[in-house]
Design a protein around this ligand. Structure first.
Ligand SMILES: *Cc1c(COP(=O)(O)O)cnc(C)c1O
Length: 368
């Protein structure tokens, strides 16, 4: 069972927005709202006053449009060739990532009327956005930007979660050069961690993702965000171990008797990553219990020796993610990052969305 606290997401949004001098903050809801459900997340954030969203794909933007009819929706992956009319029809704003996209969107606007865009400058990520050379040409002759009704200048930080990394300052200087040459336009620079960097990394529009969903934007320091997800799995069966034996595929864990092993109905097909096997932990009440043996597709096994039987029967719930064992804790055990834990959760969990504010309230359950 996956419980998603929409009010915590709204609270996290308010905390992040407070970090912006001008109080202007968007929300990144790509990859189906980091796996938590873009429509539910964006709907709740709109109630909290968020009027700007970023997604990766055009199809994500089209799907989101009906949920937030009046919001600005930016498409990070750019303007796809021959698709300008699809962006316009759904009132979606392309993040223009190269000169060809700028020319295509400007051409569309000349014919059909001026529309907004973002222009993405690659200041060090080497992934998407105008190369330094393309940026140089645009800055020397920015006339083409006058064909758009609004331009957001954008760049993306590569190392914002490492405050001391020298690339942060190099990117800031590079982006400042752009901003200085195009002072008429608003800027968007900071992702979640960028909002917590000391110095002038904010820009005019915050662009956080993971921190909304409870991920720690300040790794190594206390998490300033509220936890959002709770993942529980149901115990299917218990085994009393009175002679030495192994558990699971590959016989990777040997159990020393006497012991009790519980089998729980969550596996790697549910986003409980296989690399957690023999590394992870879960909670039963206040008992912290280890994952033993490999993670199977649909099952894990935990050592519940010492946990009172009343809390540890078939049908009882085991907490795999929650306030005491966060997405970042589980990510550390899995050798990955909270982003991957969230976006891996998948469709098989029974989902419960909690919100006092949403018209559908917390009794609203969705199978999935
Ligand atoms: C994913 C993404 C974000 C959000 O980053 P977080 O680290 O999740 O806050 C912001 N901007 C761009 C371009 C992104 O791809």
């Amino acid at each position: 069972m996956l419980t998603i606290d929409l009010d915590a997401i709204a609270e996290n949004y308010a905390r992040l927005r407070e970090r912006m001098r001008n109080g202007a903050c968007a929300a990144v809801v790509k990859a189906d709202g980091y796996g938590l459900g873009a429509a539910r997340v964006a709907g709740r954030l709109a109630l909290a006053g968020c009027d700007t969203f970023f997604v990766a794909h055009l199809t994500e933007g089209i799907a989101l449009r009906s949920t937030v009819p009046n919001a600005r929706i930016y498409i990070l992956n750019g303007l796809y060739a021959h698709c300008a009319a699809d962006y316009a029809d759904h009132d979606l704003i392309p993040v223009l990532n190269d000169r060809g996209q700028i020319d295509d969107w400007a051409g569309y606007c000349r014919e059909h009327g001026a529309r907004p865009c973002a222009v993405h400058f690659d200041t060090g990520m080497t992934r998407l956005g105008l190369t330094p050379a393309e940026a140089g040409h645009l800055l020397d002759d920015p006339e083409i930007l006058r064909g758009f009704s609004d331009v957001l200048l954008m760049s993306h930080l590569a190392c914002a979660d490492e405050p001391d990394h020298p690339l942060n300052e190099r990117q800031r200087v590079e982006f400042e050069r752009v901003r200085h040459r195009l002072p008429a336009y608003r800027t968007s620079f900071a992702n979640s961690s960028g909002l917590f960097l000391a110095g002038d990394f904010q820009g005019d529009l915050g662009r956080p993702g993971v921190a909304l969903y409870g991920g720690n934007p300040t790794p190594g320091a206390a998490n300033p965000m509220r936890p959002v997800v709770r993942l529980e799995g149901r115990i299917l069966q218990l085994r009393e171990i009175d002679a030495s034996r192994t558990v699971g595929y590959g016989a990777t864990h040997e159990i020393r008797p006497p012991a009790r092993i519980a089998t729980v109905a969550v596996g790697y097909a549910d986003g409980y990553l296989r690399s957690i096997g023999n590394h992870g932990h879960a909670f039963i009440g206040d008992y912290r219990v280890p994952i033993v043996g490999r993670v199977s597709m649909d099952l894990i096994t935990i050592d519940v020796t010492g946990v009172p039987e009343t809390q540890c029967r078939p049908g009882c719930w085991v907490e795999l993610l929650g306030t005491r064992h966060t997405i970042d804790d589980l990510a550390a055990e899995a050798g990955t990052i909270g982003y991957e834990i969230l976006t891996s959760l998948g469709a098989r969990h029974h989902r419960v969305y909690q919100s006092e504010a949403s018209p559908s309230a917390d009794s609203d359950r969705e199978a999935g």
